[in-house]
Write a protein that binds this ligand. Structure first.
Ligand SMILES: [Zn+2]
Length: 408
């Protein structure tokens, strides 16, 4: 058994201890001390980090027998009997203590206000989560979150004392515990004055004020319960800073205060939808006019017009639009191309009264351009990387189609 210094005092930063065992475990060095202030992973709270002498502690675990294993980075030469100086990574400890104690406060708030029990709890890198037996309509949940958050922060601002009690199972039965305790020889109970009694083995603040702001970030449905994400203390500060910077930056872009930013974004999105619709209408109109100009500029040979053009600076969709407008007329073949990002892109189409095969024409073109493409007899698309061959390729395909037309 290792004496748990963190059990009676969560605010120890440095301590001395002696090494009672050094074990190889899964390829890494594990050190056991006679006493430790390092909190081992458990109860939803990740372990402390820190150092033993100059060696970095990168993880701490507790065995069923109560031995606390300090996982050490690298290969330090500890020996049984060594007297060592240890130091906890205290900023991390404080962050964990704030999240953990904040959980007691918030869980009691949900219990007092709505009878909701906390069935799960975990601290992750970004957020802290509790799973609550809260099953209501989303709007009611939103309101419940605000009320619980208000009550929890009142308890923080009250700066109430937090006391640790070690009691027997019989004594525990007489306490107004929020949740059932495991029956062990000795039960550790955390009391938040005039507010909450919970059996717990984690690290806690001395007074509620140390927890700092308790802020709910959001919620989701999980395992038929309500999972609430929240942040406390230093995490709440970091989260506020990030959220504020984002809101300010958005406001600056829109030239409004952050309070008006949402309305401005809604207006922008609506405007964007309206403009996109208008652009599509105008593109249709432009394609119609351009198709007419191309027809006018192309002479009829052998009863058909082959409109073969490179329309640079157009995207593929515009090209297709013009091709469709062209072949709405009788006896037209459209061989249209554009150059985009070092790629030649092609659309071939023909009127319904013609029989030329656009698919096979496209295959020939793409082979020439070192690319791929295909489609149906009346419409095909493709492209290739030999952009320098584009002009010749279109001429070649037009030539073939004219010859076929003469034969047909
Ligand atoms: Zn606790």
């Amino acid at each position: 058994m290792t004496t748990k210094l963190y059990w009676t005092n969560s605010h120890i930063k440095r301590f001395n201890a002696s090494v009672i065992a050094v074990v190889e475990q899964a390829g890494s060095r594990v050190v056991v001390l006679d006493q430790t202030a390092f909190y081992p992973t458990g109860g939803g709270q990740p372990s402390d980090f820190g150092r033993i002498d100059a060696a970095h502690v990168i993880g701490v675990e507790i065995t069923d027998e109560g031995r606390i294993l300090h996982q050490i980075a690298g290969d330090p030469a500890f020996e049984v009997g060594d007297q060592v100086e240890c130091e906890i990574d205290y900023p991390r400890r404080l962050e964990m203590t704030q999240q953990h104690t904040g959980q007691h406060i918030l869980s009691q708030a949900f219990f007092q206000l709505f009878g909701a029990e906390t069935r799960g709890f975990r601290i992750t890198d970004r957020s802290t989560e509790i799973d609550l037996t809260l099953d209501q309509h989303p709007e009611e949940i939103e309101r419940a979150l605000v009320r619980a958050e208000d009550l929890a922060n009142e308890v923080v601002f009250d700066n109430r004392e937090i006391r640790i009690h070690e009691v027997t199972p019989e004594e525990a039965l007489k306490l107004p515990l929020r949740k059932e305790s495991f029956i062990t020889d000795c039960i550790r109970v955390i009391e938040i004055a005039d507010y909450d009694w919970s059996p717990c083995g984690g690290t806690h603040a001395k007074r509620t004020g140390e927890v700092g702001l308790i802020a709910i970030r959001g919620w989701e449905r999980a395992k038929k319960m309500t999972r609430v994400h929240f942040v406390c203390g230093v995490r709440a500060l970091r989260d506020y800073r990030t959220a504020n910077q984002a809101a300010e930056a958005i406001g600056r872009r829109l030239s409004v205060g952050r309070e008006e930013a949402e309305n401005s974004v809604v207006r922008l999105v609506d405007e964007n939808k309206r403009l996109s619709r208008r652009v599509r209408e105008l593109a249709e109109l432009a394609a119609r006019v351009e198709a007419q100009d191309l027809i006018d500029a192309t002479s009829e040979v052998g009863g058909m017009r082959i409109v073969s053009r490179i329309l640079d600076g157009r995207d593929f969709e515009e090209l297709k639009l013009v091709a469709h407008r062209l072949v709405e007329r009788e006896s037209v073949i459209a061989l249209l191309a554009t150059r985009e990002n070092e790629m030649a892109r092609l659309v071939f189409a023909r009127s319904a009264d013609l029989s030329a095969d656009m698919n096979s024409a496209m295959k020939i073109a793409c082979e020439n351009l070192d690319g791929r493409g295909g489609g149906k007899p009346d419409f095909a698309q493709g492209g290739g990387t030999r952009v320098s061959e584009l002009k010749n390729t279109l001429e070649l395909v037009a030539e073939r189609l004219r010859d076929e037309g003469k034969k047909g």
